[in-house]
Write a protein that binds this ligand. Structure first.
Ligand code: ZN
Length: 281
């Protein structure tokens, strides 16, 4: 399994661009540098290497790399892309977004972390604003509740666990209803948030995991690491990414009828030149 952890390069102040600095940006950078000296994406890559072992080849790339760190060759050689971005979403080129979108549809898995809900690619894949109704950084706890105990992403994860300090997000979280909801978060103020969500787009599996604000040590917490490793395994779709178009060989008593129908479909699809199939009535 080939995994790429992509980061915006949060600690790299030079690539912030023309945008006015977001509130507290420098404060976050100082704190993040203490917690994640090589930047957040490197910490995520390290924990995945430790947890996935020899079964995974984990590399990193960043926005400042050629082709925004997501060129065609790299994406082609990526089974699962893990995405961390927070303040540089707007600097990701549209053509890069298009390439990632295409690869997800082909079957590349995508793990979207924390503030990545504001990224262009996540919004494109979801078709909604993906906004959290509110947020605050008040050093409050986050309790994560497993609501799909049999799911591969919750394997080995406690039924509930607490992240002692995290940023707070709250519903309404403007996403399409997840295909599967694995985790739900509650916060001290009574807020709730769908914090572990699965979707499929084309052949690609997508998982969003909410925790991971850069000024908190969340990625050092074992339960969080377990969730991330599980999610990468789940999103890897090396197999079963193509539709089987081999001729029908059913043994139904009326197989001749099924053959006729089946061949008819493909003749029509072929005649349409790959466009819309004409349906005979
Ligand atoms: Zn945050």
């Amino acid at each position: 399994m080939r995994v790429t952890v992509w980061g915006e390069g949060f600690l790299d102040l030079d690539t912030l661009g023309e945008r006015p600095e977001p509130l507290n940006y420098r404060g976050y950078v100082d704190r993040a540098r203490e917690l994640y000296p090589d930047d957040v994406h490197e910490a995520v890559a390290r924990l995945l290497r430790e947890r996935l072992g020899d079964g995974a080849e984990v590399r990193t790339s960043v926005l400042a790399d050629p082709a925004a760190g997501l060129g065609p060759e790299l994406l082609e050689a990526t089974d699962v892309l893990v995405w961390w971005s927070h303040v540089k979403h707007h600097l990701v080129p549209d053509e890069t977004v298009e390439r990632v979108w295409q690869r997800v549809r082909e079957g590349m898995g995508l793990i979207m972390l924390h503030a990545g809900i504001e990224s262009k690619i996540f919004r494109r894949l979801m078709g909604t604003t993906c906004n959290s109704e509110g947020w605050r950084q008040s050093d409050d706890w986050e309790a994560i509740w497993t609501v799909s105990p049999g799911h591969p992403i919750s394997e080995g994860v406690p039924a509930r666990f607490v992240i002692p300090v995290e940023e707070v997000y709250c519903e309404f979280f403007d996403i399409p209803a997840p295909d599967e909801l694995v985790f739900l978060s509650t916060f001290r103020g009574g807020e709730v948030f769908r914090s572990g969500c699965c979707w499929q787009r084309g052949n690609g599996r997508i998982f969003y995991f909410r925790p991971g604000h850069e000024s908190y040590p969340t990625y050092h917490q074992p339960e969080v690491q377990q969730v991330l490793a599980n999610s990468v395994r789940w999103a890897n779709r090396e197999a079963a990414t193509t539709v089987d178009l081999s001729p029908f060989d059913g043994q139904h008593p009326d197989a001749a009828k099924a053959h006729e129908l089946h061949d008819g479909w493909f003749r029509r699809l072929g005649a349409a030149g790959g466009g819309r199939a004409e349906v005979e009535r």
